[in-house]
Design a protein around this ligand. Sequence first.
Ligand SMILES: [Zn+2]
Ligand SMILES: [Zn+2]
Length: 147
Amino acid sequence: MSHDGIKIVSAEEARRDASQEQMKLPVEATTPLKIRVMKTEGTGVEIDWKDGHKSAWNFAWLRNGCPCATCHEERGKSGRVPGEAKPRAQALLMMYEAPPRPVEVTPVGKYAVKFKWNDGHEAGIYSWEYLRKVCQCAECKAKADLM
Ligand SMILES: [Zn+2]
Ligand SMILES: [Zn+2]
């Protein structure tokens, strides 16, 4: 018997996946009316949604919230939520790292946007649905905390 393809997930991971699947959003909530990427300013992204809601993320959040499989897995292993920065190891030699910012922003079809970051990473495809689910406004964050 082969056990290939069997993925062992922790209970918490399974719960998180289930709660995300249950959260089906209406089309208006995941359709952007206006997307502003403040690439030159280096600040972040703002989206006005069709349902009237407004979301904003800074670039550091978006880099730490990269939805690609590698980043997702890495966050899972270290118990971080999307957008949470990696804990810094105490070190004698302090390395200065440039704050995350995109060097390239590319639309992906009509459903997502892709960033090429200044650290070279570019695997993440940020779908409107994902972005709406990780909206950082006080109202959405309060809702997410209840789940
Ligand atoms: Zn990634
Ligand atoms: Zn919100």
